[in-house]
Design a protein around this ligand. Sequence first.
Ligand code: ASP
Length: 307
Amino acid sequence: MSDFPKNLIQADDLNSEHLKLIFDKAKYFEDNFTNTIQNGEHFPDLKGRTVALAFFENSTRTRNSFELAAKRLSSDVLNFSANQSSLAKGESIADTIRTIDAMMVDIYVVRNQYNGTPAFIASITNNIVVNAGDGKHEHPTQAILDAYTILKHYGKVDGLNVSIIGDIINSRVARSNITMLRTLGADVKLFGPGTLLPRHLNCWNAPIHDNINDAIEWSDVIILLRIQNERMDSGLLPSISEYVKFYQINVANFAKKDKIILLHPGPVNYGVELEHNASKLHNSMIDRQVTNGVFTRMAVLSLLANR
Ligand code: ASP
């Protein structure tokens, strides 16, 4: 048994060696995609296992990419959605997990609107738990796919300047990325309206840019975030037109710099944090992030299941 963690709940569960294993494995799956999946075969890593996708909150990219990842590794997949289950009749999460445990699953991939649900599930099951996004807390596999995307583009993460811009305070993507990018040696700065930045900045010790042009100028990578309306307390956002004026990435400001790439975890509020045409620039990685999400989640599932 290696020292690879049993569960993936948050970014600091992984050190730089674990991350290197994940990136190497993702690259292996990517390099062998044509002669395996496109040849009608599957990778054997999860043969005989069952992955339960327990999504208590909506998702397009994460749920679908975990499902594809599990299937491409030969796993059975159980799709469990909260509003079609007995949770909607008032059954507790603990009883729900006990019921699914009794069906002999091996891995839970959990998304929930409340911070801490994946950790709670990990405390009541012997099975493997992967956090696919919990409330405002963490989204570690998003940070992994972001880092893999950066690594593929620059050949390194160490020493790069990365700005995370937008609704930082409500973003689990920001939390996971700040931790993981630092584990990999990147320098991280933040930018956004004062009301959407963390109040206790010293806990991350991340400097704040003064304006969007400075942020672009300093950065090798920009990770842009969505305004999380569903997690927003009222009054935190200036008007949308003001937000666009001061915080938007658009062709006019982004195309000024050559050596820079743009990431966004999706879904994008086009016309708010990002101008649609800017998403089509050659250095926008948004579609590549989605592709890389499947390979990196395959790597995570394989390494957790075969530790
Ligand atoms: N898809 C990401 C998440 O689930 C980002 C977002 O929703 O804005 O956190």
